[in-house]
Design a protein around this ligand. Structure first.
Ligand code: SAH
Length: 265
């Protein structure tokens, strides 16, 4: 790598989703949307050559950046070695117990979008600003009864409020990816209905395997599979006259509660 920050000898690795965002206006925009305070700790996933890290560290108390590629991680450790605000962790984000953070800001690899997002929202956080592939982001905000509405939508919207902010064209990255991107802002839902988490997520997963079926029939099928007999009590609970993919988050929450009440699962 030379001192102007061009990296002639570096061959980007496709399997690590290495597409580097080179548009400085957009890099600043991503950080801007996170409204970082000087007291806050920011987690960054996949810092690459540190373009975003550089902007974040100017605003935050600390940046903790996790980079899987050892070549890049070493480059960054060297680049920021005199900056006590920046900590570079070499490793796979999915294998880590994450440190505590206030906010997440990143342009992460897209092949881990779903796993990463579920991992990030386990912890308490104020804001997450990430880029995602456009199609993935669309699934986060799709409405019940539409094509993209599914398990991901329900599980994420149960816990968070995702918002699509701004599209990023392919040409803003090097090498250019095949897909368009979008900046997504996620904040935690303030109030969360208390339900049995495991049953909720098992139900959502199970029922969405037959997304177009009527709920009653999909539920019967699901229960037949999960337990060895069909409990008649199930017929007494209130079951919305909807197809699975028309069920709102609240519908799934209510269904979970009703099933717990009749103790069929
Ligand atoms: N944020 C940088 C790089 C984006 S490319 C930029 O915008 O320029 C995605 C980055 O994530 C690469 O640096 C890649 O090496 C890294 N990466 C890929 N998989 C990862 C994983 N599982 N954990 C941590 N980093 C990962």
């Amino acid at each position: 790598m030379d001192k102007r920050g061009t990296h002639y000898s570096f061959v980007p690795k496709k399997r690590l989703g290495q597409n580097f965002l080179i548009d400085s206006r957009l890099l600043k925009k991503i950080v801007f949307h996170a409204e970082i305070l000087p007291t806050e700790i920011v987690l960054e996933i996949g810092p690459g050559f540190g373009a975003l890290t550089q902007i974040i560290q100017a605003k935050a108390r600390r940046v903790i950046a996790i980079e899987k590629d050892p070549v890049l991680a070493e480059f960054l450790q060297e680049k920021f070695k005199t900056n006590p605000k920046v900590e570079i962790i070499m490793g796979d984000v999915l294998d880590q117990t994450l440190p505590e953070y206030d906010k997440v800001v990143a342009t992460p690899p897209y092949n881990i979008s779903s796993k990463l997002l579920f991992q990030l929202i386990q912890r308490s956080y104020r804001v997450i600003v990430l880029t995602f592939q456009k199609e993935f982001a669309d699934r986060l905000v799709s409405k019940p009864g539409t094509k993209n509405y599914g398990r991901l939508t329900v599980m994420i919207n149960r816990k968070t409020k995702p918002k699509l902010l701004e599209n990023i064209p392919k040409k803003s990255f090097r090498p250019q990816p095949k897909v368009d991107s979008v900046i997504v802002k996620i904040i935690p839902k303030e109030y969360n209905e208390t339900v049995d988490e495991k049953l909720f997520s098992d139900l959502v997963r199970g029922l969405f395997t037959q997304r177009r079926r009527k709920l009653r029939s999909s539920l019967k099928h699901y229960i037949d599979k999960e337990i060895p007999y069909f409990p008649m009590e199930i017929l007494n609970i209130e079951i919305p006259d909807k197809r699975v993919y028309q069920m709102t988050v609240e519908d799934f929450e209510q269904l979970t509660k009703n099933l717990i009440k009749v103790k069929v699962l």
